[in-house]
Design a protein around this ligand. Structure first.
Ligand code: NCD
Ligand code: ZN
Length: 340
């Protein structure tokens, strides 16, 4: 096959940061071919209320015309006064928030203000179910051993699933066979996002030879059998699985450093890599559901009407985008976005 055309895709997990960089990253998302991006709220300061959310959305959409920002807020512990949370969440919903993101404390970039115990956010999560806001989970327990953090989060997911039967829940950037199984077991109102880098790489790609800081992300890349479980999920054609790049830019000096920040800048390359991956496995027919349909359906959005076309034409990834080293920096990839 030399060309592939499919409905314009969406990316259900991106970091666009704050300040002057927002425009760069938002425009990269548009140039990569995405119609809509679900914007994570772990900015400095975080997105926690309607005014912050509306201002951030405006900034993104002004910087990148044509890109639709689907907004999230960061979940904070329940207010002592439950009336205050109701007012804040109702205003967030009215301002267009589609989801709230739960970060356990200290689990990843800018999560020092995260939560310690599920009980601390019980009231907010109950309100989210009532208001039909999606709950997005960074599904790792920070105290656990790095490779087991997602596995040890599974009881948190199960408790949420059982306690809030109408709540839509997304386990973000699923990285392990245990995470895959947990999402499947939770049924249709639960979904998992998958990144291109977790589908393509294992821990050995990061640390098996010389250390590659540009593959360091949370959750960590894992074992070959975990990767296989992610591939099976992505290729299954089940609407429980859709694409979220977790594109997470950090300045070069923060990655090539003695204390390296977690996150891979995958935005410029994710789609090209996914076309290649699905082609290599003979499942190109499953790509459109994964990148253009199931996420929209889960979030209750209509499918994008226009299309993108990728052609089998080699291109070389820039070494650097705005002082950020992207995934596959300087490498030649086979599939180019040529239309749309
Ligand atoms: C993300 C970031 O840098 O904001 N980092 C990462 O390693 N994925 C946060 C996150 O999604 O964990
Ligand atoms: Zn992320």
């Amino acid at each position: 096959m030399q060309h592939i055309t499919f409905h314009r895709p969406d990316d259900f997990h991106v970091h666009l940061r704050q300040g002057p960089d927002v425009g760069h990253y938002a425009r990269d998302a548009r140039h990569a071919g995405f119609a809509r991006v679900l914007v994570m709220p772990n900015t400095l300061p975080p997105i926690v209320d309607a005014a912050g959310l509306s201002g951030y959305r405006r900034e993104i959409e002004v910087a990148a015309p044509g890109l639709k920002a689907l907004m999230t807020f960061k979940i904070r512990p329940d207010d002592k006064n439950p009336g205050a949370d109701r007012i804040r969440l109702t205003a967030l919903k009215k301002a267009g928030a589609v989801a709230g993101k739960l970060y356990p404390e200290g689990v990843t970039t800018h999560s020092a203000d995260g939560i310690r115990r599920l009980d601390d956010v019980w009231g907010v999560v109950a309100l989210m179910e009532e208001l039909d806001l999606v709950l997005c989970l960074h599904g790792e327990v920070p105290q656990a051993f790095s490779l087991d953090r997602e596995k040890e989060f599974v009881p948190w997911l199960e408790r949420l699933r059982q306690s809030f039967p109408r709540l839509r829940i997304v386990l973000e950037h699923v990285s392990s066979a245990d995470g895959v199984q947990a999402v499947k077991d939770c049924g249709a109102l639960t979904a998992g996002t998958l990144t291109a880098h977790h589908l393509l790489f294992t821990l050995d790609d990061m640390v098996g030879g010389k250390l590659d800081p540009h593959l360091f992300c949370k959750p960590l890349l894992k074992r070959p059998e975990d990767r296989q479980a992610l591939l099976d999920a992505a290729f299954s054609g089940s609407p429980q699985w859709f694409f979220g790049s977790d594109s997470a830019p950090h300045a070069r000096e923060d990655k090539e450093a003695s204390l390296c920040s977690a996150g891979c800048y995958t935005m410029p390359v994710s789609l090209s890599l996914l076309v290649q991956l699905f082609e290599d496995h003979g499942v190109l027919d499953k790509l459109e559901g994964f990148v253009s349909r199931f996420g929209a359906e889960f979030y209750g959005l209509s499918q994008n009407q226009d299309t993108v076309t990728f052609a089998k034409e080699p291109w070389t990834v820039s070494k650097m985008y705005h002082n950020v080293v992207p995934l596959c920096s300087g490498q030649t990839l086979n599939w180019s976005l040529t239309g749309g």
